[in-house]
Design a protein around this ligand. Sequence first.
Ligand SMILES: *[C@@H]1O[C@H](CO)[C@@H](O)[C@H](O)[C@H]1NC(C)=O
Ligand SMILES: *[C@@H]1O[C@H](CO)[C@@H](O)[C@H](O)[C@H]1NC(C)=O
Ligand SMILES: *[C@@H]1O[C@H](CO)[C@@H](O)[C@H](O)[C@H]1NC(C)=O
Ligand SMILES: *[C@@H]1O[C@H](CO)[C@@H](O)[C@H](O)[C@H]1NC(C)=O
Ligand SMILES: *[C@@H]1O[C@H](CO)[C@@H](O)[C@H](O)[C@H]1NC(C)=O
Ligand SMILES: *[C@@H]1O[C@H](CO)[C@@H](O)[C@H](O)[C@H]1NC(C)=O
Ligand SMILES: *[C@@H]1O[C@H](CO)[C@@H](O)[C@H](O)[C@H]1NC(C)=O
Ligand SMILES: *[C@@H]1O[C@H](CO)[C@@H](O)[C@H](O)[C@H]1NC(C)=O
Ligand SMILES: *[C@@H]1O[C@H](CO)[C@@H](O)[C@H](O)[C@H]1NC(C)=O
Ligand SMILES: *[C@@H]1O[C@H](CO)[C@@H](O)[C@H](O)[C@H]1NC(C)=O
Ligand SMILES: *[C@@H]1O[C@H](CO)[C@@H](O)[C@H](O)[C@H]1NC(C)=O
Length: 749
Amino acid sequence: MLLVSLLFVAVLFVNAAAIALDGLYALAQRRLPQHADHFTFTLTGGNSELDSFVISDTKGKPGRITVECTTVSACARGLYTYLTQYGGVDIWWTGSRLDNLPVRLPSVGTAMTGNTIVPYRYHFNTVTFDYTAAFWSFEDWSLELDWLALRGVNLPLAWVGYEYILIETFREAGLTDADIASFLSGPAFQAWNRFGNIQGSWGGELPMAWVNDQFALQKQILKRMSELGMTPVLPSFTGFVPRAMSLLYPNASIVNGSQWSGFPSSLTNVSFLEPFDPLFTTLQKSFISKQQAAYGADLSHIYTLDQYNENDPFSGDLSYLANITAGTFASMRAADPEATWLMQGWLFFSSSAFWTNERIEAYLGGVPGNDSMIILDLFSEAAPQWNRTSSYFGKQWVWCQLHDFGGNMGLEGNLDELTAGPLAALNYPGSTMKGMGLTMEGQEGNEIVYDILLDQAWSPMPLDITAYVESWVSRRYPVQRLPPVAHEAWQILSTTVYNNHDPNTQATIKSIFELAPALTGLTNRTGHHPTAVPYDTSTTVLAALKLLVQAKNEDPALAGIPEFAYDVVDVARQLLSNRFIDYYDALLVAYNASDATAQSITAAGQPLLAMLSDLDALLYTNEHFLLSTWIADARSWAHGSSSYAAYLEFNARNQITLWGPDGEINDYASKAWAGLIGSYYKSRWETFINYLAGTKVNGTVYNATAVSQTMLAIGEQWGNRTWGQGPNERWGTYGDTWQMVEQVLQKWA
Ligand SMILES: *[C@@H]1O[C@H](CO)[C@@H](O)[C@H](O)[C@H]1NC(C)=O
Ligand SMILES: *[C@@H]1O[C@H](CO)[C@@H](O)[C@H](O)[C@H]1NC(C)=O
Ligand SMILES: *[C@@H]1O[C@H](CO)[C@@H](O)[C@H](O)[C@H]1NC(C)=O
Ligand SMILES: *[C@@H]1O[C@H](CO)[C@@H](O)[C@H](O)[C@H]1NC(C)=O
Ligand SMILES: *[C@@H]1O[C@H](CO)[C@@H](O)[C@H](O)[C@H]1NC(C)=O
Ligand SMILES: *[C@@H]1O[C@H](CO)[C@@H](O)[C@H](O)[C@H]1NC(C)=O
Ligand SMILES: *[C@@H]1O[C@H](CO)[C@@H](O)[C@H](O)[C@H]1NC(C)=O
Ligand SMILES: *[C@@H]1O[C@H](CO)[C@@H](O)[C@H](O)[C@H]1NC(C)=O
Ligand SMILES: *[C@@H]1O[C@H](CO)[C@@H](O)[C@H](O)[C@H]1NC(C)=O
Ligand SMILES: *[C@@H]1O[C@H](CO)[C@@H](O)[C@H](O)[C@H]1NC(C)=O
Ligand SMILES: *[C@@H]1O[C@H](CO)[C@@H](O)[C@H](O)[C@H]1NC(C)=O
């Protein structure tokens, strides 16, 4: 009998293991169809919380590879290690090149072992779902999830479709559809509604078609995440409720949250049901049970829940704060006895005046046990909080790179910190660090700084940056013999632009041409939207661009490598961004001159406009730098309805420009995109230069308020337009990259 049971268990395990690996075989089929059946994956189990894998040549089968692993995620990482380190291919945000493997797979020789140094490899910021993924199709998600799985990410955030479950929960509580509709925010702004920063919409109510489509998309995403060995971090009920909830439940403890970013109180001061109220637990159970019914009860027990992100608590009393978390956590456990609470730690940095150590300790202390929470130390590379909070007073936490704000696109990075920093934190006495991850607001460019952190999660020693960059460049530009000047270009970039130790400029550098023109306040900004350029442009960006162009001249095959073209355009974009500052400074000097005339100012403004035209034309040559893609993706959800398409387009446009009905956080999520520059930024600068010239014609004194109002009015008009109707509003790419880059070098070097 015992033997029979053992056999039965063994068979079950083999079956379960084989099924568990189906998703990985499917990935191989998707991305390497020529070689899919040359790989064998074997789950070995094991009880360490630290994943590991072994890659070896399949015995007796030359050209075949076996990956043994402790988990599906470890097998995915093992496959990736083989593909990158032996196969010389990779998968990028710009596309998968994994099918370029050599026909005959290179052998491994001595088996190679990989061990992670952290249990959790995490990905996404709540706001990435809007700044980057707001309008993604499942095809976009599929590339993203393969990128993540192969790099070993096992803990991705999964916010899509949240509103479907939330609406059902609110309906069950008795709210009307009108009450609920007045609470929900538009497709490009849902993250901040989920955070309780904003409520309601501008430009029209959220259509149910959107909610239903996103719910369907989430089912596909979660299935894929699970197949690829990832544990999705699922939404939960946060406590933010429609205003009408207080009317329906007059005795419930509902308070108004704080005002966010200058929004009018009709759109912010979101009502918050306090977690000690029994209604909170009722709604939590309702939400989580509906979610389990929709997606499966065993998919994940890790929940994302942020109540005070840029939103200060009703009271700072220690007992109040501990009570909030105690109530919240109790509600989660009442709904799911295995619940773990994950939260973004941004508040402890952004509202550090409120969040004293004492308050943080009280707040986290309200949750019993240390394994019951995971805190994302959100901005570890520049503003870590774990070190002032004694490792979050014992709770588990994740070392995260934030790096990008609002999907801004400037080149920047700190490779030294990304390699050494997490190890120092992990080895710090008493450290409760349990993971490493990426929490960029927008996923845009600078791919190397994200890659290196996820790779560092598999090395107990700091990666050798020189060797790392060399190998990364070789597989990013896979030509027969890569001209050494290409490596030289990256050697320059990686030791300057990507080796920024200045704490005041640790984030994507924002281009000043993307800001509303003004006489002051544009240049030399520091903080997390820096405009100060922390390196010398001529000896770095310009030098690298020339070397990349030289590499292409030496080996014209490079022109056909998509990532090479992307990088050349991106580096040329940065050159123009930085040079723009010099011409702007010259414009100010011309305006200030005692003998300034309308003509002298117009002449000084001319290069700014010419440069923006050239930049627009340059970016139009590459499919990854197009406003029209963002708009087309938004419109693609409209089911053929022109009014729905216009609504989606308004959302898409408003987020990257005014961000709010009246420019509440104007230009926060600005982009260097073809079409946006030509149709928007350039017209603002043209208006500004004409204004400056006009003051000399009629003797008007410069009026900063008037200028700023004019800029907002341009933004409002622009936001309501339909793409493709104005001059130079194209769908898709046009023009030749190499010709444009030559022109850039001739005119603006
Ligand atoms: C733009 O559209 C918004 C929302 O539909 C509307 O409130 C506003 O008046 C329009 N503005 C202009 C300048 O057309
Ligand atoms: C609210 O509380 C008051 C006073 O305790 C009570 O009279 C009333 O019935 C309660 N209302 C509801 C809807 O529970
Ligand atoms: C919250 O704000 C709304 C709208 O301004 C107001 O009517 C309500 O009284 C406020 N609630 C509390 C508890 O302050
Ligand atoms: C909104 O929050 C601000 C504080 O951030 C507060 O001064 C204001 O009274 C609040 N308004 C409402 C309607 O609750
Ligand atoms: C939280 O505060 C409420 C209301 O003051 C109280 O009823 C409840 O017992 C408190 N809960 C905890 C865990 O302290
Ligand atoms: C934590 O680390 C940051 C960055 O290295 C540093 O600026 C800060 O002073 C440290 N704080 C403490 C309390 O050690
Ligand atoms: C949680 O961690 C803290 C700090 O390391 C420790 O003092 C405490 O005993 C731990 N609590 C539990 C329940 O393990
Ligand atoms: C910006 O900073 C640089 C270097 O600190 C300085 O030379 C320049 O004058 C500053 N520009 C402005 C507009 O303040
Ligand atoms: C413009 O002139 C004013 C007054 O002379 C001076 O303070 C300011 O620095 C000048 N600005 C520029 C950009 O030259
Ligand atoms: C004078 O010049 C300013 C700045 O260009 C412009 O805004 C204003 O309309 C002009 N006034 C007249 C009467 O032309
Ligand atoms: C500046 O412009 C604003 C808005 O147009 C106007 O209200 C204000 O009176 C102007 N200031 C001066 C000094 O003209």
